[in-house]
Design a protein around this ligand. Structure first.
Ligand code: NAD
Ligand code: MG
Length: 397
């Protein structure tokens, strides 16, 4: 049986690797829908290759001349749709929807896919972090779809949890998420005052899109993943821990109440987790890299440095506060990372922006998508104000 696949965010790091997995097992998977925001040349080339039923250009303000050009480059039989509503719908008619959009923009894809009863292969952690309560409500509706995580740590935990055959959540003593530590591991706060965009983008073990790469450098990515783990597996924050593991071979662990720790190990290659989510509950027959035990002579583990990387603690704080706090944290982080990438904010000021926004955020009840979107917008405005103020202070000095 062929599994049909929609890829939201097909031109990005996870999106292009999803097509790699499909190429490796073409008798098993067929891509029938593609969506992206930009990179129209790549989108057209992907469409020529996979001949999907639909291609979505998510940007509602895309230059009409470019849209017409894209339409002209699609294969016969492929329909072009544009705008956010078309993006949201992309995975409502396929067996699996890979949500590989970056940022809060992925929320509607998550919700529509689950509402349609489909499997959501979730890379877009931001939608689950910001929209946690709303996504939980969507998952609880009769006929809802389900999530198989693509984020490598959560994919690992999903696999390790199979060892808890009773399915009793109370038998999970703790989840231990591993972190590579990013490019600045081992450096002190003082030592990190002047890091550049190029420094932050030089990740030691993973090659990813710019937003998540910056998040990895601040450990915000791990903070977001702590909230993601809480939402996916229903484990309280006191029982979710982070350990730095520079080799990125152990992708995460689950400790059960009898003291047994189950770990998932593989090469750091996102095609593994993507393939897991596509093939689930079966397995791919293609290994994207295998471990060579003679070459893997050590696996190191160390505690994270909360002083040099305050974002991790801020994420625990927002997660424990619940309601709209994770949405506010996520929004402030998206604004701060964009400002850093554009050279308008120092790397070391990213946690300051997040802290200021969280401290000033009035916790709203996250009882619907409107409340989440409102909290997200409010936090974005607050973050922009904090950043602008910071700039004024700096020029005044
Ligand atoms: P990326 O920047 O490489 O790609 C993002 C994709 O989303 C592109 O196709 C882009 O066109 C599209 N996009 C951007 N803005 C959009 C919008 N407003 N609406 C619709 N589409 C939009 O990002 P990535 O590294 O592939 O990451 C995608 C998601 O996967 C993120 O949530 C990230 O945290 C998560 N993730 C990535 C990795 C990785 O290895 N890259 C690992 C784990 C999790
Ligand atoms: Mg991850």
């Amino acid at each position: 049986m062929i599994t049909t696949v929609a890829v939201a965010g097909s031109t990005g790091s996870i999106g292009t690797q999803t097509l790699d997995v499909v190429r490796a097992e073409p008798d098993r998977f067929r891509v029938t829908a593609l969506a992206a925001w930009s990179s129209l040349d790549l989108l057209a080339a992907q469409a020529q290759e996979v001949r999907p039923e639909v291609v979505v250009l998510a940007d509602p303000d895309a230059d009409p001349a470019r849209v017409a050009e894209l339409a002209g480059r699609l294969p016969a039989g492929t329909e072009l749709r544009t705008g956010p509503a078309a993006l949201a719908e992309i995975g409502t008619g396929t067996d699996v929807c890979v949500n590989a959009v970056v940022g809060f923009a992925g929320l509607e894809v998550t919700l529509a896919t689950l509402a349609a009863g489909r499997r959501l292969a979730l890379a877009n952690k931001e939608s689950l972090i910001a929209g946690g309560p709303v996504v939980q409500a969507a998952l609880a509706r009769p006929g809802a779809g389900h999530i198989v995580p693509v984020d490598s740590e959560h994919c690992a935990v999903h696999q390790c949890l199979r060892a808890n055959a009773s399915g009793e959540a109370s038998r999970v003593a703790r989840i231990v998420l591993t972190a590579s530590g990013g490019p600045f591991r081992g450096r002190s706060r003082a030592d990190l005052a002047d890091v550049t965009v190029a420094d932050a983008l030089a990740h030691p073990t993973w090659s990813m899109g710019p937003k998540i790469t910056v998040d990895s450098s601040t450990l915000m990515n791990k903070g977001l993943e702590v909230i993601e783990a809480h939402e996916l597996f229903g484990v309280p924050y006191d029982r979710i821990e982070v350990v730095v593991h520079p080799q990125s071979i152990v992708h995460s662990m689950v400790e059960l109440t009898d003291g047994a720790t189950i770990a998932q190990l593989s090469q750091p290659d996102m095609r593994g987790p993507i393939g897991y989510a596509l093939a689930w509950p079966d397995r791919l027959t293609t290994p994207f890299g295998r471990l060579d035990w003679a070459a893997t002579n050590r696996l190191d583990f160390e505690a994270p440095d909360h002083v040099a990387f305050p974002c991790l603690g801020l994420a625990y704080e927002a997660g424990r506060a619940g309601a709209t706090a994770p949405a506010a944290l996520n929004a402030a982080n998206e604004v701060a990372v964009a400002a850093f990438l554009e050279g308008r904010l120092a790397w070391s000021a990213i946690p300051d922006v997040l802290k200021a926004v969280l401290d000033g955020h009035d916790l709203g009840v996250a009882d619907g998508i409107e409340a989440i979107v409102e909290a997200d917008g409010r936090a974005r405005d607050a973050a922009r104000r904090v950043i602008a103020q910071g700039l004024l202070e700096r020029t005044a000095r």
